[in-house]
Design a protein around this ligand. Structure first.
Ligand SMILES: CC(=O)N[C@H]1[C@@H](OP(=O)(O)O)O[C@H](CO)[C@@H](O)[C@@H]1O
Length: 449
């Protein structure tokens, strides 16, 4: 994988990428060797080169200096500076993120001390660790020593995704995924925008995998417009470019924030105006712009933004988590002979073919409160993905409970996970939706293909 990254980098560096078109590099130019870098660092270098250095210095030191300077500026007069805010446990998925975060550690040590786990000295890349493992199994990575209420996060193998989590005093695991990251960031940005008093528009971009509670919170409580695109960051990135400030995150923790040129110019100009609250907010926004990797979703950059926001707002990880409660949800993969038998529309939320499948899904979900389910072919694997979510407040009778208990036992034994007792009904309901959709609908509709 790391070799793949290097190959990708050399390929990019041998070409000049201008407004999405590639051109051969002029003869005689030597491609610099940056050694091993994370995927987002690689995107950062390309972005710097394509803007002739206006975005930043196209070196690894340039990256560290730009981000750490903004981070230190944002945290130096922070509301909270106790040890709890300063230390963070990071699972590096045995990937490149460990090497790079170690290199960066001393640049940021004034504001944050990181303790690295799964740093690649032993263990395999992404094996029982990393953001994807933590998100899909909803449990801590192997090798991480967690105490109650400690703030922890996981990168994925190439360090372009991040998720946070903690254990509560009862030992229950709480995941804070890309949706909650987007919510925290959007609320911080919205507050700063209010302070500078400029009518810059802000939009949040999600995919169908965003938890319904996050969408509702953003739209109804925060009054921020939310847009849904197809899965895959390229779709989210393009949509986010339509706003002065475009926040995009996939639920799996892949995302960033984009600032339009006009917004950046306005903010820079306000930051120069003298001595008032407006100017302070604009200066803070200026640092936020520098701290985000606007070339691509970046675990290191996102981590620093999150840490700066939590410190500035004096928020604990539990308070952050309590912004809203995720609807119980399940995702599963179904192996089919030809995943293309399923085609979708409406940002992959509605099935077009095979005919009848969408009606079957509609019939299934309409009996549960706040329920939603969709089926789509994966863009990266030869599988079909099924997603279902539902509210835990649902009607219940003893026969349903019997079926659910059995399903739940199968689930616990099969997946090796233990649910909280209070989640029992909701988990069981999700299982029914999942079970019905996967076993009855999908099999019935797909068996003929
Ligand atoms: C449900 C899910 O997590 N899908 C992932 C996965 O895409 P699929 O098209 O679902 O296979 O890989 C993509 C690339 O890494 C990532 O952007 C996306 O979020």
């Amino acid at each position: 994988m790391l070799t793949e990254l290097r190959k990708t980098f050399y390929l990019l560096d041998n070409q000049f990428i201008i407004k999405g078109r590639t051109q051969e590099k002029p003869a005689g130019r030597v491609a610099p060797d940056y050694g091993l870098v994370t995927t987002p660092q690689l995107h950062y270098m390309v972005y710097c080169r394509n803007t002739s250095g206006r975005y930043g210095k196209a070196t690894i030191e340039g990256y560290y200096e730009k981000l750490s300077k903004a981070f230190i500026e944002l945290t130096k007069q922070a509301f909270c500076s106790g040890d709890d805010y300063r230390s963070l446990k990071v699972d590096c998925a045995n990937g490149i993120g460990a090497l790079k975060l170690r290199e960066m550690e001393h640049y940021i040590s004034q504001g944050l001390s990181v303790q690295l786990f799964n740093d690649g000295t032993k263990g395999k890349l992404n094996h029982l660790c990393g953001a994807d493992f933590v998100k899909s199994h909803q449990k801590p990575p192997q090798g991480m020593e967690m105490k109650a209420n400690e703030r922890c996060c996981s990168f994925d193998g190439d360090a372009d995704r991040i998720v946070y989590y903690y254990l509560d005093v009862d030992g229950h695991f709480h995941l804070i995924d890309g949706d909650k990251i987007a919510t925290l960031i959007s609320s911080f940005l919205k507050e700063l925008l209010l302070e500078i008093g400029e009518s810059l528009n802000i939009g949040v971009v999600q995919t169908a995998y965003a938890n319904g509670s996050s969408t509702r919170y953003l739209e109804e409580v925060m009054k921020v417009p939310v847009y849904c695109t197809k899965t895959g960051v390229k779709h989210l990135h393009h949509k986010a470019q339509e706003f002065d400030i475009g926040v995009y995150f996939e639920a799996n923790g892949h995302g960033t924030v984009l600032f339009s040129k006009a917004a950046e110019t306005k903010i820079k100009q306000l930051a120069k105006e003298s001595g008032d609250k407006k100017r302070e907010a604009a200066k803070m926004l200026e640092n936020v712009i520098d701290l985000f990797n606007q070339a691509a979703g970046d675990a290191i950059s996102d981590m620093l933004v999150i840490e700066a926001i939590l410190t500035r707002k004096g928020l604990t990880v539990q308070q952050w988590d309590a912004l809203y409660t995720d609807l119980p949800n399940r995702q599963l993969k179904v192996k089919v002979a030809d995943r293309q038998v399923i085609s979708t529309t409406d940002a992959e939320r509605q099935v077009v073919t095979p005919l009848g499948l969408q009606e079957a899904i509609n019939d299934l979900v309409k009996t549960y409160r706040l329920s939603r389910a969709f089926v789509r072919p994966s863009g990266t694997e030869d599988i079909v993905r099924v997603y279902a979510e539902a509210d835990s407040q649902v009607s219940w009778d003893s026969s349903t409970e019997k079926v659910c208990r059995e399903s739940l036992t199968t689930w616990v034994v099969g997946a090796g996970r233990r649910e909280k007792k209070t989640d029992f009904k909701s988990v069981a309901i999700s299982l029914i939706i999942k079970g019905l959709m996967s076993e009855i609908c999908l099999c019935r509709f797909l068996s003929s293909y």
